[in-house]
Design a protein around this ligand. Sequence first.
Ligand code: MG
Length: 368
Amino acid sequence: MSAVGILLCAGTSARMGFDKLNTPLYGKTAIERSMDALVAGGCDSLVFVVGGASERTVKSLSVPVPFSVVPGGEQRTDSVRNGLSAASGDVAVIHDAARCFVSPATVMASIESATAFGSGVTAIPVTDTVMQVRNGTVETLDRDTLFRMQTPQSFRLTEIRAAYGTGAYATDDATLYARTFGSVRFVPGSEDNRKLTAASDWAWALSRLCPPTYGIGFDTHRLVEGRKLILGGVEIPFEKGLLGHSDADVLLHAIMDAILGSLKLGDIGKLFPDTDPQYAGISSRVLLRKVNELVQKRDMVVGHVDATVICERPKLAPYRDAIARTIAEDLGISPDAVSVKATTTEGMNDEGKGLCISAQAIVSVCRR
Ligand code: MG
């Protein structure tokens, strides 16, 4: 039995006012969060249905299963139809990327139901009283008979293809399936599986991941001849380099101290003593990855990094993007969540005289 996830990432975010699918929510976009849940819940391949900036986001992901990318259509129904045409497997797991807090357990239950009964549609009971208003008259509906549809909605692939083959349109997949096959089987959803639609949903998502903890870091290394200059993991051509026990990457050192500070884990001097020969000449990227493992072990993720390098020469602007990408790669987060700035001290102080380079960083760390 194989399950193919069809991840709908083609929405226009019209009601949000900004690009909700491609803006990192503490280090990870909604697309990445949804992808992770689908894979953890049992999808062994994926079809990304993309539009706008989501194509770029998907290209930047490291996708742990075989996948394809297809364009979205005019309406949701068109997008799903495109996704289904590229899918192969026994069960299709159709999911809106904007429901990025779906749990792997929900995905698993949806797949199991579709495997056993043909369909597994995530839904939750209505708890509010619902009134229908028509031509000036109102009727209170029996809420015990009402359900709110969520995703994932899973079906046998051949059957949901047949349902979509009728050419009909609907706002979800269960509606089309039920028209063709008579009924659907529900699996329990949750309030956490909320679709990010309006600005208030975004605020809710941030508060769900919050409160982040914060940490700051600062470091200085002396500039000397005969050393390579490594900043943020990137080698920068210059006549001098930074002196230190490791590669003396002052920027990564400040960032590591900020991360360690956010979790009250001490500092890099304590973790990687400069008296320990195993750290002699080591790339600070290796150390950053070790620090990030401590974050991951706590089921947390670095949310944002904002750093400033204080340096008279060389000019760092041409390297800023490469540095941000390198740091993001080592932390396993989006480059959009990493900000690297540079400033001079206008010839004053030891940085300004070219004796040293310093760096400051602040990071947030939050629930994964
Ligand atoms: Mg240092």
